[in-house]
Design a protein. Structure first.
Length: 326
């Protein structure tokens, strides 16, 4: 297929479709899995290269064995074209959440539900402030995905989607199960959210700064020590808030994930390499702010937070000019 070709677009869908907000790695992963499972969906995105690629070639999915399959998708940049949406999966970067909330306010049904499966903390609160808490549900996923190029995603490991209890969530959960996702219901996913946050804080910024895959951190004694320090600080902040992490030792948990995903390039490293904004504010930055509120010192998290933000000043990962307006 040449770039001049356009991938066939699926027929128009009913308002019972699921809306995927985003066009990055996780959004493309979910799009491919839903398409393969025959689940009706539409994508709402703002990233021009992603939108263009998805329109031309569909979503291209590479599984763990290296097999590639393309699926046609419906995608738009206009929230007005998604009016009446019943269910939405919010899969944008954390710094884009406010914009996603405004778009969903325009198109989400009055009885609709937006499920956030994003990295970092604070996304649910941003969405709830605009949509109302009754229209927002929280989830955490350990699924992995790497964006090879716009619209083309490679699976980076299977995982579980942990969902909060919500009276409107069951139909969406059933759709996700029908697409082959593994789901579990938890009374309060805050502990899981913080569990993932601690690990992301320990691994992602160091890989972004050093420009290495996850497993390389374990081979460098100083990097491993920094990773352990970050994990301990973040865990102390969680404990100070009365949050019980889903593992007994945060250092062992971070090292285990780094070892299990040794060849993976973290999402933060991918963002830095392509000059995109990172989620450092919602990860290490959020830990620093929570530490200030609880009186827990977080000097290593603060340093990594500032270093990743400073990288934009070197032209390595320039801030999106619209970031301050999102």
């Amino acid at each position: 297929m040449t770039e001049a070709d356009t991938f066939p677009t699926p027929p128009a869908l009913s308002t019972e479709r699921t809306l995927i907000v985003g066009s990055g790695a996780m959004a493309c992963l979910f799009a491919a899995r839903l398409a393969a499972g025959g689940v009706p969906f539409m994508m709402l995105a703002n990233w021009a290269p992603g939108v263009e690629a998805l329109r031309k070639f569909g979503v291209r999915y590479i599984d763990a064995e290296g097999n590639e399959q393309a699926y046609p998708v419906q995608i738009t940049q206009l929230a007005s074209e998604c009016a009446g949406t019943r269910y939405a999966l919010v899969l944008v970067k954390s710094w884009q959440t406010a914009r996603a909330a405004r778009q969903l306010a325009e198109c989400l049904d009055a009885d609709g539900l937006a499920l956030t499966l994003q990295n970092g903390i604070g996304n649910r609160e941003v969405l709830a402030q605009v949509l109302g808490p009754q229209r927002v549900a929280l989830g955490v996923t350990t699924l992995g995905a790497n964006l090879v190029e716009p619209g083309r995603v490679r699976s980076a490991g299977e995982g579980v989607i942990s969902l909060s209890t919500h009276p409107r969530l069951n139909p969406l959960a059933d759709l996700l199960r029908s697409a082959g996702f593994s789901l579990e219901s938890v009374p309060d996913p805050t502990a899981l959210l913080w569990g993932k946050l601690v690990i992301n804080a320990a691994i992602n910024p160091l890989t972004a700064i050093l420009g290495v895959p996850n497993g390389e951190l374990l081979k460098r004694p100083t990097a491993a020590a920094l990773m352990a320090g970050v994990a301990r600080e973040a865990a102390a902040v969680a404990v100070a808030q009365g949050i019980r992490l889903p593992y007994p030792d945060p250092v062992v948990a971070a090292e285990t994930i780094a070892r299990r995903t040794a060849a993976n390039r973290s999402s933060m490293l991918q963002d830095v390499v392509r000059g995109a904004p990172t989620e450092i504010d919602a990860i290490n930055g959020a830990i620093v702010q929570a530490g200030q509120q609880t009186g827990v010192p977080t000097p290593i998290n603060r340093t990594l937070w500032q270093l990743v933000k400073a990288m934009s000043g070197k032209g390595i990962g320039r801030e999106d000019p619209q970031r301050g307006k999102v």
